[in-house]
Design a protein around this ligand. Structure first.
Ligand code: SMG
Ligand code: MG
Length: 370
C-alpha cells in the first residue's frame, strides 16, 4: 500500500526528426502529458498517449488533462492508501478515457515498484531481457522517398517494416517495397481508413505476403472486420478496436482478427495490457507491442510489456533516434540485430533528465493531497 502525496501534470513538446503522416493526420511535434506522482518514499512516472487532436481515438491532450485534473487525481486523493491494482476500481466511475486512466495507473505502479526496488519487467512477468523491434513508417511524399526510408531502417537492423496506408496510397507502394525487399517481414496499418467496399484493395494486398493488415475498418465495427477476414488470406490485426481484454475476447470469438496490437495506453494501462496479453495467449493469438510515438518514459514501459512471452512478433518499439534528436530520458537504442534492451532498474528503469524536461515543458501544474 502506498499513499500518493502529490501529482504533477505537465505538457511537454519535442520536435520529431521527421513528420509522421497517417490516414488521419500529420504530426511534426510530439506533444503529450507526463504525470509524476510522489509517495512518502518514492516517485513514479506515467506518460499519456493522447495527441493534440482526437484523431486516433476520442481522447486528446486537453481533454485528458481535464479528466486527470478534475476526476482521476481527486479520486486518487480521496482513496487514502492504495495498491496499484486498486486504481482501475477507483476510476470505474469515469466512463472510457483509458489513455488518461493509464497515465496514473502506470505512474502509481512505477512509484510502488521503485519503493520495492523491483523492475516493471519482473513485476509484469517478462521472460526476455531484449525485445525484437520493428518500425512504423508514415505515409511518404513519394514511393521513392518511402523506399529510401525502408532501406535506412533495414540498415539500422529493424526486423519488421510497417507502412501506413490510406486509400490511393496503398497497393502500388506496397508492391514497390515488396519488389525491392522480397524477404522482409512487412505489414500495413490503415488506421480505420477503409470500408467493406474496398475489399478489392485487400484482395490485391494478399499477393504481397504481408505479415498482417492492421485496423483496416472502423474502430467500432468488429463484425465488419470478421466479414473482411473471411474474404482475404492475410491476417487482420486490430489496434483501435481493442480497448480491453473483453474486447480482445469478443474480437477473437467473432473472427475479427488473428493478431492483436497491444498498446498499454489504449487499454487503460499496464495491468489491463497484461490481461489482454493473457486472453490472446490463452486463445492462441500472437500479440505485439504497439507504439504511440512515446518519449523514453512511455517507451520504457512498452519495452517491459513487450518482454512478456505472448509478444511473439516485433513491436513498434523503435529507438529514441527514430523519433527525436534528443529524448527526455537516456536514449533507447536498437542494436544491429534489431533488438532493444528491456530496462532492468526499479520501476520503468529510467526517468527524464531534469534540465531536458524543463526545456521541453510547455505547462505544468502540481496537485497536492488536500
Ligand atoms: O510509436 O513508433 C511508434 C508509432 C507506431 O504507427 C504507430 N502508431 O496506429 O499503430 C498506430 C500508430 C498510431 C500513432 S498515432 C500518433
Ligand atoms: Mg495502428
Amino acid at each position: 500500500m502506498t499513499r500518493i502525496r502529490s501529482v504533477e501534470l505537465r505538457v511537454v513538446g519535442l520536435p520529431l526528426v521527421r513528420p509522421f503522416r497517417t490516414s488521419f493526420g500529420e504530426e511534426t511535434e510530439k506533444v503529450c502529458i507526463l504525470a509524476r506522482v510522489e509517495t512518502d518514499d518514492a516517485w513514479g512516472w506515467g506518460e499519456c498517449v493522447t495527441g493534440v487532436d482526437p484523431g486516433f481515438s476520442e481522447e486528446f491532450n486537453e481533454g485528458a488533462w481535464l479528466v486527470l485534473r478534475e476526476f482521476l487525481v481527486p479520486a486518487l486523493f480521496a482513496a487514502g492508501d492504495v495498491a496499484p491494482g486498486d486504481l482501475e476500481g477507483l476510476f470505474a466511475g469515469v466512463r472510457g478515457n483509458p489513455m488518461a486512466k493509464a497515465t496514473l495507473v502506470n505512474a502509481v505502479l512505477d512509484a510502488w515498484l521503485r519503493e520495492r526496488g523491483e523492475s516493471l519487467a519482473s513485476f509484469l512477468g517478462a521472460e526476455r531481457d531484449r525485445v525484437a523491434c520493428g518500425v512504423s513508417i508514415g505515409i511518404a511524399a513519394s514511393t521513392d522517398r518511402l523506399l529510401e526510408q525502408v532501406d535506412g531502417y533495414l540498415a539500422e537492423g529493424y526486423q519488421r517494416i510497417k507502412l501506413k496506408i490510406q486509400p490511393g496510397t496503398d497497393v502500388e507502394r506496397v508492391a514497390a517495397v515488396r519488389a525491392a525487399n522480397p524477404d522482409i517481414l512487412l505489414s500495413v496499418d490503415a488506421n480505420a481508413a477503409y470500408s467493406l467496399e474496398d475489399v478489392d484493395t485487400f484482395l490485391a494486398l494478399d499477393a504481397f505476403g504481408l505479415l498482417m493488415v492492421e485496423q483496416p475498418l472502423h474502430h467500432e465495427d468488429l463484425v465488419q472486420h470478421a466479414t473482411l477476414q473471411r474474404q482475404i488470406e492475410t491476417d487482420l490485426c486490430l489496434d483501435e478496436s481493442i480497448r480491453s481484454a473483453a474486447d480482445a475476447r469478443a474480437a477473437i470469438e467473432l473472427g475479427a482478427c488473428r493478431i492483436v496490437n497491444i498498446k498499454q495506453g489504449r487499454v487503460g494501462g499496464l495491468l489491463e495490457a497484461v490481461r489482454v496479453h493473457d486472453a490472446c495467449r490463452a486463445l492462441g493469438l500472437p500479440v505485439w507491442c504497439g507504439g504511440m510515438l512515446e518519449t523514453g518514459v512511455g517507451r520504457a514501459a512498452n519495452l517491459a510489456l513487450a518482454a512478456l512471452p505472448g509478444f511473439t512478433l516485433p513491436g513498434d518499439t523503435s529507438a529514441s533516434s527514430r523519433y527525436f534528436t534528443e529524448d527526455l530520458t537516456e536514449p533507447h537504442v536498437v542494436a544491429r540485430d534489431g533488438t532493444m534492451a528491456v530496462p532492468q532498474g526499479p520501476g520503468i528503469g529510467g526517468e527524464p533528465h531534469p534540465e531536458r524536461l524543463e526545456a521541453c515543458t510547455l505547462r505544468a501544474e502540481r496537485l497536492d493531497r488536500p
